[in-house]
Design a protein around this ligand. Structure first.
Ligand code: LLP
Length: 463
């Protein structure tokens, strides 16, 4: 495709006063290491490389759009979480963020546990060899068939989410002649500072059992009375993409209070608490995420302090980061197709993917960054909106960003921090073919989830 200069759209102060974007970075060629995975760099010719391979080679071999996942970074993040929490705590990777057999093997090798929330995720985990006792099974409406499979497989814990489920799991466990280890998910009444669709511990939503009106205490009573269940603890997940530790502290305090009430009423000290996932990552240079060791320290300090005050033995803590592990490790590579400058507004840059490979912008108004990665450019910054090829105007990948004004069809651009909730929420809208996930490490790239084909689409269409 041509790389000729293209008439640039508006890019000056007239439009900079509108919208939610910040001023362009001083040098658009500089890759902010906060949002890119750790082995990403530019080579001598200015092309982005990951794991030592240039994007031009990756695009040629695997096509676009595609997700490229930095395996070394993924493994390093797993280790950072495991080391930060240490041997007296457990880190469960939340598979919903992104799960594949390769990911399961990496988790297993790096000593992490795995949280699954559907029969499909459970199958992937078991198939790739994750020991069942290292799996936690979540979900607000697990089917009886799913519960059967989880109990049969011997999962380490099932997180009970409703009164019906307490009975269902107890029933299945008795039928299998086992005592299933369970936790009860409680809603602690914390309104996490995040988009309302992903804040989950305030009361008006579908997850968990409320602490506030004694429901959680009642759930504990019922679970303790059923001999198919071994109640090992209480679980709380307050939301996603959270930076402020205050919500976690309130959550931890309330969960510990519940443990104290359980001790007072039943004479048992539950040995575990799970504080869920939800830790935020940097999608743009504006975001300042916490490091795992800061998070671990904040959580363990508050739990220890509250337990001392309540004269409880400190329970074993577990956490369930998904996004914070996989999110920063991948970027999506697109080829620029068309460029439309809209006078006085912005320039629309259309790429060969869109809302089918990243629904988060449309769904949550999520912010992303973008960079020209097949080359560097000294052209001045141009305000752009990166859009996809789908048949609706909400098909936006990056709402407001700056790219060099000499951007041209055929250029490769990349959106960083797409490792979490992009491939896992990808769709076939407009019969788009879901992109592959390619793991890159030490000069080698291999497909871990292949690109869909039109035959895949037709295979499901049996009419
Ligand atoms: N544990 C539980 C019980 C959860 O429900 C979740 C996420 C996690 C852990 C992991 O949360 P993370 O650390 O990844 O934030 N699709 C949305 C996020 C939905 C999260 C649902 N539950 C998004 O794209 O932002």
């Amino acid at each position: 495709m041509s790389r000729s200069a293209h008439p640039a759209g508006p890019r000056h102060a007239d439009v900079l006063t509108e919208g939610h974007y910040s001023a362009p970075a001083a040098d658009l060629n500089v890759l902010d290491e906060k949002v890119w995975s750790r082995t990403v760099t530019r080579d001598a010719d200015g092309a982005l490389t990951v794991g030592g391979i240039t994007v031009a080679r990756l695009a040629e071999e695997f096509g676009t759009p595609a997700y490229f996942l930095d395996e070394r970074d993924f493994r390093a993040r797993c280790r950072a979480w495991a080391d930060a929490f240490g041997p007296d705590a457990d880190v469960f990777y939340a598979g919903k963020a992104f799960l594949s057999r390769a990911v399961v093997r990496w988790l297993k090798e790096e000593g992490l546990n795995l949280d699954v929330c559907s029969g499909g995720e459970l199958t992937t985990a078991l198939d790739a060899g994750m020991p069942a006792e290292r799996i936690a099974f979540h979900g607000n409406n697990k089917t009886v068939a799913e519960i059967e499979r989880a109990v049969e497989a011997g999962v380490g814990r099932i997180v009970l989410d409703s009164f019906q489920e307490i009975v269902r799991v107890a029933h299945v466990a008795r039928r299998h002649g086992v005592r299933q280890r369970v936790q009860i998910r409680v809603t602690v009444g914390v309104e996490a500072h995040t988009h309302e669709f992903i804040a989950t511990a305030h009361e008006d939503q579908k997850f968990g059992i409320a602490l506030a009106d004694g429901q959680a205490a009642e759930a504990v009573r019922r679970a303790l009375a059923l001999d198919g269940l071994e109640l090992i603890g209480v679980h709380s997940h307050i939301g996603s993409q959270i930076f402020d530790m205050a919500g976690f502290e309130v959550s931890a305090r309330r969960v510990v209070q519940l443990l104290a009430e359980i001790r007072d009423e039943h004479g048992v000290e539950l040995p575990e608490i799970d504080l869920g996932g939800g830790l935020g990552i940097a999608y743009t240079s504006e975001d300042d995420p916490r490091e795992p060791h800061e998070i671990a320290k904040a959580l363990s300090d508050i739990v220890t302090r509250e337990c001392e005050a309540a004269k409880l033995r400190t329970p074993r803590i577990s956490v369930e980061p998904g996004r914070a592990i996989v999110g920063p490790t991948a970027f999506t590579l697109y080829e620029v197709g068309t460029i439309k400058p809209l006078e006085g507004l912005r320039t629309y840059v259309s790429v060969d993917g869109g809302m089918s490979d990243n629904i988060r912008t449309a769904l949550y108004d999520a912010e992303y960054s973008v960079a020209l990665v097949s080359r560097t450019s000294d052209a001045e910054p141009m305000l752009v909106r990166v859009v996809g090829k789908h048949c609706e105007s909400g098909d936006i990948v990056v709402k407001d960003a700056f790219l060099p004004a000499d951007l041209a069809p055929g250029d490769l651009i990349a959106v960083p921090a797409t490792g979490a909730y992009c491939r896992s929420m990808a769709s076939n809208y407009n019969h788009a073919l879901r992109p592959p996930v390619v793991a890159v490490r030490d000069g080698e790239a291999r497909v871990i989830v292949r690109r869909e084909t039109e035959e895949d689409l037709l295979r499901l269409d049996v009419g």
